[in-house]
Design a binder for this molecule. Structure first.
Ligand SMILES: Cc1cc2nc3c(=O)[nH]c(=O)nc-3n(C[C@H](O)[C@H](O)[C@H](O)COP(=O)(O)OP(=O)(O)OC[C@H]3O[C@@H](n4cnc5c(N)ncnc54)[C@H](O)[C@@H]3O)c2cc1C
Length: 443
């Protein structure tokens, strides 16, 4: 111990620490870093450009997929960067299987399906594969969903870069020019005319210097059980136990975990702690279940490869959508689509059940950061007040905001103009042509 401390202090005194070798085109080049008391100063370096595109989507969750598909289908050279090995984000990798917010109440008190567009295309394809259950808030099979999303991206000609973590924004004054990404290829820059932040956590708008709310919410971890059709209801001592929701695959159920309340989803040590805790808990809970009479054949099929992080950063954008807007059928001239309601909420002094809640419009300005040019934000971190969290972050809403952002990005590139200058009437008619549903009261 003493010897290590001596060496560390010696290095601090020397002021510089050799961190290692970086190989550039076969040659080994020494890089040095300066070690301070609380940080290490990285040496400046030249970062190779991996690729350039018209539209760059960061994050391949529901919002990122919808954004990339709509931009590519409008003829844009589109690239999507994803840190993991699949599309769908929490929907697939997080084993968050029900696509919520598909329906809301019309002003004529009709429960209406409002989520169509790319969302409708995905569920139609899954239906043809028998891999979705239900019409309202349908529940999907995660592997089939990954397959369908991959196929749609390939058909649209999107370049998907997997296994690459976005790690910083390439800024030119207040304009974003792209991102830096870390991967096995090293640090690389990916440049674009428009960048869409679909990281769910607002990583890109954070690096760009935008303001946001840091929202703490429950973090859990989802799982699936197999063999649930082999429960022996006639076993001596059998008692009914909840096995979760039935998935499209017989004998496989979805095991939902709410998790621990008010967690910081941006603290890597906290995420590691929760990951370990839930890994043990799920296995041990299933083992306890298997010891119950009749449940011996039930087993843990899989756990989510992504931790269930609900909200972290929520953008403070050009407009912050409010719960009141959604409860009063507020019309927006710059509406990019409509979402439905998912939970029972307290509003105006009473509990309003999901089935009585209106559908609600999403304005384009809620996807626009206040300061950064050429940046759009979609998915669970777009601009809304915290009271709206439980509807704004649902998969249905994320797909609508993604499609709106991707289409707006394409219009901006085509018009050679900034995203904040997109003609919103043109944006709406383009989205309508793509099958996005609009409330006819807002014509
Ligand atoms: C436990 C839990 C249960 C839920 N239950 C439901 C439900 O039943 N129904 C429902 O509709 N919604 C549910 N939700 C909400 C919903 O799943 C998410 O809000 C939704 O998936 C968000 O979509 P998104 O595209 O904004 O982000 P995400 O789904 O989070 O996708 C973001 C993507 O970006 C990638 N990414 C992030 N940062 C980087 C980076 N720096 N570099 C590269 N890639 C990056 C991620 O790997 C991920 O693929 C639940 C959420 C949780 C956590």
């Amino acid at each position: 111990m003493k010897r290590r401390k001596f060496i560390q202090e010696g290095l601090l005194l020397a002021g510089a620490l050799t961190l290692g070798h970086q190989t550039v085109r076969g040659k080994s080049k020494k890089k040095t870093a300066t070690l301070h008391k609380d940080c290490v100063e990285e040496p400046a370096r030249q970062v190779p450009i991996l690729l350039e595109s018209d539209v760059l989507v960061v994050g391949g969750g529901p919002s990122g997929v919808a954004a990339a598909l709509s931009a590519a289908r409008m003829g844009m050279k589109t690239c999507l960067v994803e840190r993991y090995n699949h599309l769908g984000g929490l929907w697939t990798g997080g084993l968050v299987l029900p696509l919520n917010c598909t329906h809301g109440l019309s002003q004529e008190a009709q429960r209406t399906q409002v989520i169509h567009g790319i969302s409708g295309e995905i569920t139609d394809r899954l239906r043809r594969l028998n891999m979705v259950r239900g019409e309202v808030n349908p529940l999907v099979d995660p592997e089939a969903c990954k397959y369908v999303l991959e196929k749609m991206m390939q058909e649209a000609g999107v370049t998907v870069v997997y296994h690459a973590w976005a790690a910083g924004a390439v800024m030119d004054g207040r304009t974003i020019r792209g991102i830096f990404a870390e991967s096995k290829s090293g640090r690389r820059a990916l440049l674009a005319k428009v960048v869409i932040d679909c990281t769910g956590d607002g990583d890109v708008f954070h690096w760009a210097g935008e303001k946001y709310l840091e929202a703490r919410y429950a973090i859990g971890m989802e799982a699936r059980l197999g063999g649930t059709d082999r429960v022996n209801h006639n076993a001596p001592g059998y008692k009914p136990h909840g096995l979760g929701a039935q998935t499209p695959i017989p004998g496989v159920t979805w095991h939902y975990m709410w998790g621990d309340a008010k967690q910081d989803g941006l603290d890597v040590m906290n995420l590691s702690r929760l990951q370990q805790k839930f890994r043990l808990k799920i296995w041990e809970d299933v083992e306890k279940l298997r010891q119950q009479p009749g449940y011996e054949q039930v087993f843990l099929l899989d756990t989510a490869s992504q931790l269930g992080i609900r909200t972290t950063r929520i953008l403070n954008g050009c407009y912050q959508l409010t719960l009141k807007d959604t409860m009063t059928y507020r019309n927006f001239d710059d509406c990019i689509g409509v979402s439905g309601a998912y939970t029972t909420i307290n509003y105006d002094g009473r509990k309003v059940p999901e089935k009585e809640r209106p559908y609600w419009q999403i304005p384009y300005r809620a996807l626009l950061p206040r300061h950064t040019d050429n940046l759009l934000v979609a998915g669970r971190c777009f601009s809304y007040e915290e009271a709206l969290t439980d509807d704004a972050r649902e998969i249905g809403t994320c797909l609508v905001t993604g499609q709106g952002a991707g289409t707006a990005a394409a219009l901006a590139v085509k018009g050679n103009d900034a995203v904040r200058n997109v003609n919103t009437a043109q944006l709406r008619s383009e989205l309508e042509a793509q099958g996005v549903w609009f409330d006819t009261h807002n014509k």
